[in-house]
Every structure is written in structure tokens, then in C-alpha cells.
Design a protein. Structure first.
Length: 275
């Protein structure tokens, strides 16, 4: 959704369109706040001139003429809308008031599937420990405090402050807009942080770095099995580890990302943000 919004805005502005959007309820307050000229609707109005089904799937019908696993997700809108013009980046939260005085970072350890998570034993706990030692409050903004899938339980790290819960995205934007950094995985909250201009440390072996938005904080271990999401011979969204499930190599793409690599990525984005 966040990768498609810039294309909708560009079409509205450059073609002089009146835009009607049907979006999931959790996105509606965000869209109404950031794009007040758009009309929200549950069905296509009868006098609509043209409509677009905005989705990309791994099975038939794919909707996109090119499998979107083979391109940066930010480019998917060009193919779904047939758009060849320039688009401006999202800039959420630029006027959001700061509600926390102390320096803080936000983290999100959950995702729509466990294969997207950073499963290094003790990895998140180590990062939280280092952040707190550096003087930061660490706020966990996941929708769920813990989740279990494929026999693996992913929980909020020890030492993090509990800001979990399915809160409005506009509330998340207010937090992210003033965070010194965001630590996450290949999930929607990483994209939301990026749209807020927050330095992002994105940890993922599930997807190749070209999949997500560019960030010097991208962390992957290329020396182990990785990038199953981008393999068009697999359906990585079906759950589990698609290449090594049931073996000692299951989820090695994330288990073998060391905390030191994540910390080094944070130092990179912090240096860039200060320069």
C-alpha cells in the first residue's frame, strides 16, 4: 500500500483526476489525513471513468505484467498503473508534534510471517541492551507483543518498552517522525518509518536488498541461503522455510545475521543522518 500511494498522488496531480480509494480500514485514517482530496468508498462509484485493482500476487491472476518479486517493490506501481512519469516520495509526519522528550528509537520484531523475522537467538535483546547503554529509550511498536508460527515464538525483546497494540497508523507516525532510528524487518512498519524520513535499519534474509527501499541500514548475510521471497520457483508466502524446512538449515537466512552487523548498520545510518 505505501509503495503504491506515490503513484496515485502523481496521477491525481498530473492528470487532474478525482481519486476514489477503497482501502482497508486501518489505512483509511492515514490516507484521509495525508491525502484530504481523496474520497474513501467501499465500492466503485457508478460514474467512474477508470478503475485499477492495485495488487500483486504470486499466482494467477498476477495482475502485474512482470512478476513483482523480480523488481524493487517501489517500482511495482509503475507496472500496475502503466505510469512512466516521475513520482515524489512520501513525507508523513513532517508536522507531527513530539510527545517524548528523551532520545528514543522504535523497533518492530514481528511481521506477517515468521520467515520475515530476525530469528537470531538473543539478537534483539543484545541490540536493545546496546541502545539503552547508548542513552536511548527503546519503544517496541509491534501490533502484537508475541506471536508463534511454525513452532517458533517471536516476542518483544527484554528491556524494550511496551508500545505494542493495533493502534492507529497516524499515532505510529507521530512516534516514528521523531525517533532517532527504526529497527525492523521486511514489514509494513519499516515502510512507514521510511515514509516518515526516519533512519531505518532493516534486517532481512527472506528478501533481497533490492526488494525494499534503499537504506544504508539494510542488513543481510549473503553467505548463507537467502532471498527465497524473490525466487519465482518458490511460494515463500506459504509459510515456513521453503528451502530448508525441517532441517538444521531452516531459517538460516536470519539466524546467521549477527548482532554486530545490525549494530554496524545503525552506526552507518546515524552517521549519515548527522552529516
Amino acid at each position: 500500500m505505501l509503495a503504491l500511494l506515490p503513484y496515485i498522488r502523481a496521477m491525481e496531480q498530473q492528470l487532474g483526476l478525482h481519486v476514489v480509494v477503497g482501502a482497508e480500514k486501518n489505512f483509511r485514517p492515514l490516507i484521509m489525513s495525508e491525502f484530504p482530496s481523496w474520497e474513501m468508498a467501499d465500492r466503485v462509484p457508478e460514474d467512474t471513468y477508470a478503475s485499477f485493482v492495485c495488487g500483486a500476487f504470486q499466482g494467477t491472476p498476477m495482475l502485474s505484467p512482470i512478476d513483482t518479486r523480480l523488481m524493487p517493490m517501489e517500482e511495482a506501481g509503475r507496472w500496475l498503473f502503466g505510469w512512466r512519469g516521475q513520482v515524489a516520495l512520501l513525507t508523513f509526519g513532517k508536522d507531527a508534534p513530539r510527545t517524548i522528550e528523551e532520545p528514543y528509537v522504535c523497533i518492530a520484531v514481528q511481521a506477517s510471517g515468521v520467515q520475515k523475522c530476525w530469528l537470531r537467538p538473543g539478537g534483539w535483546d543484545e541490540i536493545v541492551r546496546r541502545l539503552k547503554a547508548a542513552g536511548y529509550r527503546v519503544l517496541c511498536i509491534d501490533g502484537e507483543r508475541e506471536r508463534e508460527e511454525d513452532g517458533i515464538r517471536v516476542t518483544m525483546p527484554q528491556g524494550a518498552e511496551d508500545f505494542t497494540g493495533y493502534r492507529p497508523l497516524t499515532e505510529r507516525i507521530r512516534l516514528l517522525a521523531h525517533a532517532d532510528a527504526f529497527f525492523g524487518v521486511s514489514s509494513g512498519l519499516s515502510w512507514l518509518a521510511h515514509a516518515c524520513g526516519t533512519p531505518v535499519v532493516l534486517i532481512s534474509g527472506f528478501s533481497l536488498p533490492m526488494t525494499e527501499f534503499p537504506t544504508p541500514g539494510r542488513v543481510i548475510n549473503p553467505h548463507v541461503c537467502c532471498g527465497c521471497f524473490n525466487d519465482t520457483n518458490l511460494s515463500a508466502k506459504d509459510g515456513g522455510c521453503p528451502r530448508h524446512g525441517g532441517t538444521a538449515r531452516a531459517y538460516e537466512c536470519s539466524r546467521k545475521i549477527a548482532p554486530e552487523a545490525v549494530w554496524d548498520a545503525f552506526l552507518r545510518v546515524r552517521r549519515q543522518n548527522r552529516s
